[in-house]
Design a protein around this ligand. Structure first.
Ligand code: GLU
Length: 418
């Protein structure tokens, strides 16, 4: 049995895109390999006095179209392989959204829930120190991802600024507003997902109020996404987080669930409402709904789970929730996927706006920010749909075709070394 390898998943679609574009392998070989990978050891004195050594990573997949860009993940299962795939997906995502970045990703193999705030701060500062030679406003710009947040970004800014001897807010995005973060960035990923779904419904002549949805994942992306889609008229009948899945055939009261999760450490544990039942965790994927919103982790829709899916549309909020095998299966069975690299790009597009504001020192209102985000998401969707129809391919392959042609064009202008 071959082990699930997310980077191979990425390459598989990339090669398909190259074949549609009739690119010779020499013309895009550089995109198949990450430019730079760094593994660091992070010895931390824990609160009880003992020293624990964590492992951290930063992978710069591409800097052809601009500085490498991508989040930092704190998760017990993170490893170099996952980080590499996530970095590759960032390269594709930034190119599809047409923002001037390459792709990167970082991570630490740690369960942040098991650390005190002091330990988390020490770990973050040590990580920043270790990766500092390769990050920077014009080089590689980290951001939040699973298990990290604005506070962690603030520690990165502080540590990096001390090392460089000057305040450098543009070295990371997703910061608190007080130190150069953007109004709107925290909701940008969920908001972008909502805009993308609305573009899709418009294009296919469907109304939000006729749509039912089940959601897996209720972290930042899942909860904000659900809240905004609910406000746009979608009937969300099920939500699941890491602990439990909740089903209410009459529709979950998302405003209430959102407020509950926010005041209970982002957990739905103990959440109650009338008519709602707790269902086995995996069942959320197989409910009879129109849209399945994937907002947890990669590798969720795979050979073992794909056949039970009844939804006709899969909305990818997480990165890489669908394996190649499941992707092919859904394509054959007429199940449409709005893929991660288009659908969740609102996060990094929002990061781009934050970075622009940091560089110019001129700050926008939340309305301006959201308006620009909406325009970008809409344009991206329309481009993806045009290319999809032109080549008769899935939306995912369309994204890779667009991204690859932009990356190759940029590299051709810059020229090949060696
Ligand atoms: N972690 C987010 C993503 O996977 C945002 C990355 C960023 O803003 O750089 O797209």
């Amino acid at each position: 049995m071959t082990m699930y390898d997310p980077y191979q998943n990425m390459l598989h679609v990339l090669d398909e895109a190259a074949s549609v574009l009739k690119l010779h392998k020499d013309e895009y070989a550089f995109v198949r390999y990450p430019e730079r990978e760094l593994t660091v050891s992070l010895p931390i004195r824990m609160d009880d006095g003992h020293v624990q050594v964590f492992e951290g990573y930063r992978v710069q997949h591409s800097s052809v179209r601009g500085p490498a860009k991508g989040g930092v993940r704190y998760h017990p299962n993170t490893d170099i392989n996952e980080t590499r795939a996530l970095a590759g997906w960032m390269t594709i995502k930034c190119a599809v959204a047409n923002i001037p970045y390459g792709g990167a990703k970082g991570g630490i193999r740690v369960d942040p829930q098991c650390l005190s705030d002091r330990e988390l701060e020490r770990l973050t500062r040590e990580y920043t120190y270790r990766i500092s030679p390769i990050i920077g406003t014009d080089i590689d710009v980290p951001a939040p991802d699973v298990g990290t947040n604005a506070q962690i970004m603030a520690w990165i800014v502080d540590e990096y600024s001390k090392l460089r001897g000057k305040y450098t807010p543009g070295v990371v995005t997703g910061k608190p507003i007080e130190i150069g973060g953007s109004l709107g960035r925290n909701e940008a990923t969920g908001r972008g997902i909502m805009y993308t779904l609305m573009s899709y419904l418009e294009t296919t002549g469907k109304k939000p109020c006729d749509i039912t949805m089940a959601a897996q994942g209720f972290g930042n992306v899942g909860s904000v996404g659900c809240l905004l889609m609910k406000r746009a008229g979608i009937n969300i009948v099920a939500i699941g987080d890491i602990g439990r899945s909740l089903y209410n055939p009459n529709g979950i009261d998302i405003e209430k669930a959102y407020a509950y999760a926010n005041s209970h450490g982002r957990s739905l544990d103990g959440y109650q409402e009338e008519g709602m039942q707790v269902i086995p965790k995996g069942d959320v994927l197989h409910l009879d709904v129109d849209v399945l919103f994937m907002a947890a982790m990669e590798n969720q829709l795979n050979a073992a789970t794909m056949e039970g899916v009844k939804a006709k549309l899969i909305l990818e909020g997480a990165n890489g929730p669908t394996t190649n095998e499941a992707d092919t299966y859904f394509y054959k069975h007429g199940i449409e996927i709005l893929p991660d690299v288009m659908t969740n790009a609102g996060g990094v597009v929002g990061s781009y706006y934050e970075w622009v504001q940091n560089r110019t020192g001129f700050y926008w209102t939340e309305e301006e920010y959201n308006k620009k985000l909406q325009a970008n998401m809409r344009k991206t969707f329309q481009t993806v749909w045009q290319v999809k129809e032109k080549y008769h391919v899935s939306a995912r392959l369309s994204c890779y075709i667009i991204a690859l042609s932009r990356i190759v064009a940029a590299q051709n202008y810059r020229g090949f070394l060696g």
